[in-house]
Design a protein. Structure first.
Lengths: 104, 96
């Protein structure tokens, strides 16, 4: 019984990790292929929130200690709070025309 | 035992996918582009590295990498806010 539960836990964990990794890959391709800065920002927000949530859940399934799971909760909540704020500030700075703040 | 072996292999494959994503994002940062594009790519790189640290933490079983992930999350936020303020300041100078 415990063996079956371990297997289920491993399968769910690997599947969640795979979702997070594929979101990161899709976002990195989108950063190259999309047209302007705001469209690229749209691609970049997927792994920043959903990818980290998926990877955090998967890691929490694998780790044994309560302190580790607490740290994962801190990581995920921090990411969920800061990612929209950072994207908002950056989107306002980029401006209406979406030229990305000029050439650097 | 078979399941344990295959999860190790799959973890390696997931780390490989994350490495490919990180390389693509770094290429996006290094390639000539606007400052905002680079800031967005840097934010994405932070998220990809956080995912990688979580995979490694689950694989090794100790919580060493989780401290790094907390610091990285704070650092990524401060980086994007600082770059955004820099862009706004430069834009203001340009218009004056």
């Amino acid at each position: 019984m415990t063996d079956v539960l371990t297997t289920v836990r491993d399968v769910v964990s690997v599947a969640l990790f795979a979702v997070g990794a594929l979101l990161a890959l899709v976002a990195s391709i989108g950063l190259h292929r999309l047209g302007d800065t705001r469209a690229r920002m749209h691609a970049a927000t997927k792994p920043a929130t959903l990818g980290v949530v998926c990877c955090g859940l998967a890691a929490a399934l694998q780790l044994a200690y309560f302190s580790d799971v607490t740290k994962i909760v801190v990581i995920v909540v921090l990411q969920l709070v800061t990612a929209p704020v950072g994207a908002h500030v950056l989107g306002r700075a980029v401006g209406e025309d979406g030229d990305g703040g000029g050439r650097s | 035992m078979i399941v344990a072996v295959s999860t190790t292999v799959l973890d390696s494959a997931i780390l490989g996918v994350l490495a490919v994503a990180a390389v693509l994002v770094v290429v996006r940062i290094v390639r000539p582009g606007s400052l905002g594009d680079r800031a967005v790519a840097l934010d994405t790189l932070t998220a990809v590295i956080t995912c990688g640290l979580l995979v490694v933490a689950a694989r090794t079983g100790d919580g060493l990498q989780l401290d790094l992930a907390v610091v990285l999350g704070l650092l990524g936020f401060l980086t994007s806010v600082t770059v955004a303020r820099f862009i706004e300041a430069r834009r203001g100078d340009h218009h004056d």
